[in-house]
Design a protein around this ligand. Structure first.
Ligand code: NAD
Length: 344
């Protein structure tokens, strides 16, 4: 993709001073770009087709408080000429303590020619959009085509976007949601009904957000001690399970019930499985069926029967952030949005 290099070089030669200036995009700037969840789903599906060409080391992190992390997520996506780093924090109780979201951070894009950074942006918007897009693509390829009822546990930022994204790929007729916070649940309902036009039923137990659902998303905080709020007896034939909170909500007994276990990156899954307390009792990496991207490329089967229970436990990849980040940068340059800042 020669034109990607030419496109970036041209901007770094005419719109920004290469290595000497950066474009800064706040969340507000990004929200003004006019990019939709449908755009992001398309970008991520395209990324999955070229995933094998990417450089993607496992995340490393520091932990300044209990139930917290600050992760460094570097990646290089050669066909898009997208290189950079997401530096993202997840802090429990941020909302209560500081009025801040659980996840905060920045996404930095680096020029693949000089290595110098050329853009720094808020990473909350790209993170919520790309994570929901990955789940939507997982649902598109792994869920029963007649899936109608979506259940979600943990009705925060991610849940809202998941309801929106999954509704774009399947004909969802009802969404059931459960949260320990009534305020979060009510905000979820009003936001999702407005954005998707689909009825949201708020339920008073995690069980009710799982039984009778075709697709179940869990999006609760990842804590040092997992809560495992979903019980294996609630999982029925034909369900598609899309936890985005590692094993926080769904423990090993659930993983043991699934017929096919996918993830977004087997190498990262192996890293977590081998070196961290996460995924205790989950299938060892060599027993996992494969990556969602392999299904997208037609290299691995997706759903082969309406009875299969399938889990896609997507960990979140820096290549997704870079693929979204560079597109946001291009749109911002085109529309003249953002602030140029001197670096050197
Ligand atoms: N896999 C990925 O790519 C990826 C990307 C982004 C976020 N995440 C994860 O998604 C999760 C949600 O992130 P977010 O930004 O939406 O956070 P958030 O704080 O906005 O939402 C979490 C919600 O879970 C609720 N909750 C907490 N404990 C609960 C319980 N026991 N039962 C039901 N609800 C409960 C909270 O009240 C809150 O409303 C986090 O674990 C985060 O790390 C994963």
């Amino acid at each position: 993709m020669c034109h990607m290099k030419a496109r970036l070089d041209k901007i770094l030669e005419t719109k920004l001073k290469r290595g000497r200036e950066i474009l800064y995009l706040s969340r507000k700037d990004i929200e003004q770009l006019g990019v939709s969840i449908t755009d992001v789903i398309e970008w991520i599906e395209e990324l999955f087709r070229i995933k094998k060409e990417c450089e993607l080391p496992p995340k490393i992190g520091i932990h300044t408080r209990p139930d917290s992390f600050i992760h460094a997520m570097p990646a290089w996506v050669p066909p898009l000429k997208a290189a950079g780093l997401k530096w993202i924090a997840g802090y429990l109780n941020n909302r209560k303590r500081f009025g801040l979201p659980y996840l905060t951070g920045v996404l930095i894009l680096n020029d693949p020619e000089s290595g110098a950074p050329y853009a720094i942006m808020d990473c909350t918007w790209p993170t919520e959009m790309r994570t929901a897009a990955v789940s939507a693509i997982s649902a598109k390829y792994l869920a029963r085509k007649d899936s109608k009822v979506l259940g979600i546990i943990g009705l925060g930022v991610q849940a809202r976007r998941h309801a929106e994204a999954i509704s774009k790929v399947l004909k969802i007729e009802k969404i059931k949601g459960y949260d320990i916070s009534k305020k979060a649940a009510e905000f979820f309902k009003s936001w999702v009904e407005k954005v998707t036009g689909t009825e949201v039923e708020l339920v008073d137990s995690p069980e009710k957000a799982v039984v009778d659902c075709d697709i179940v998303v869990t999006a609760i905080p990842i804590t040092d001690k997992p809560q495992h709020v979903v019980k294996p007896e609630w999982i029925k034939a034909g369900m598609t399970l899309l936890p985005i909170d590692f094993d926080a909500a769904m423990g090993a007994e659930i993983a043991a019930k699934v017929d096919k276990f996918y993830t977004d990156d087997l190498e990262q899954y192996a890293y977590y499985w081998e070196h961290t307390p996460y995924f205790e009792g989950y299938p060892p990496p060599d027993k996992a069926v494969g990556e969602v991207a392999e299904v997208v490329r037609g290299e691995k089967p997706g759903r082969e029967s309406n009875d299969e229970i399938i889990m896609a436990n997507n960990l979140g990849l820096a290549i997704e952030d870079m693929a979204v980040g560079i597109r946001l940068f291009y749109v911002a340059i085109e529309k003249g949005i953002g602030k140029k800042l001197p670096l050197l």
